[in-house]
Design a protein around this ligand. Sequence first.
Ligand code: BEZ
Length: 255
Amino acid sequence: MKSAKDSWNANLYDAKHSFISNYGNDLIELLAPKEGEKVLDLGCGTGDLANRIFADGADVVGVDQSENMVGQAISKYPEIKFTVGDAICLGYKDEFDAVFSNATLHWIKQPEEALSSIYRSLKTNGRFVAEFGGKGNVQMITDEIILQYTEAGLEFKAENFPWYFPSIGEYASLMEKAGFRVTFAQHFDRLTPLDGENGMKNWIEMFGSRIFEGLNEKLIGTIVSRVETNLKNTLYKDGIWLADYKRIRVIGLKE
Ligand code: BEZ
């Protein structure tokens, strides 16, 4: 399914934000794909992790909501099937041995629908292995953005917050409600280095653009530069910008 507006810049993502798929390598260890297994990579981005799963001998399908990302994935890895699709209505039934998802589910603000759609896609005995932002993720960054909104005399509306960052208890309960047996659940800190002197500004521009919807470029520039200044004491260490990531990792079984 096509989203209303595709704000993803696939080249920028590959050039400056490849750390996201690099962290996903550990998650592939948790997935432990086997030769011949059918695996859905949900939120495949530009395809790097799907390609690693494919290299382990699995038959992979990559799905992403962004046409730009899927286009880039197809041109990088033409031997793998990639398609545009929406996590809340994947349209598969009893097809996959595993659904794998890295750094995607925090974008889905209808987690119940996404979990039902994932559950439906799995075969009996299939597994769901995911990592995404948990409660408190990037909170120092977003608190500062919201503060600067207020300082500029603007009201920040909760519906403009682009992400869903649940606690582990909340998400494990939703998984159980969808039918999964939760066999693994973890919520941990991962201070994440960002690339370059403009790392924080680039991160906000790449991932946070929805927070600023409706504001003009000049005002956005002013807010971002104040956020940078105010975060420097806490999130800029030895010449490197850090993002205060907090991750959730889960495994659920469809029995
Ligand atoms: C994350 O991977 O946790 C994340 C990435 C972009 C925006 C928000 C969170």
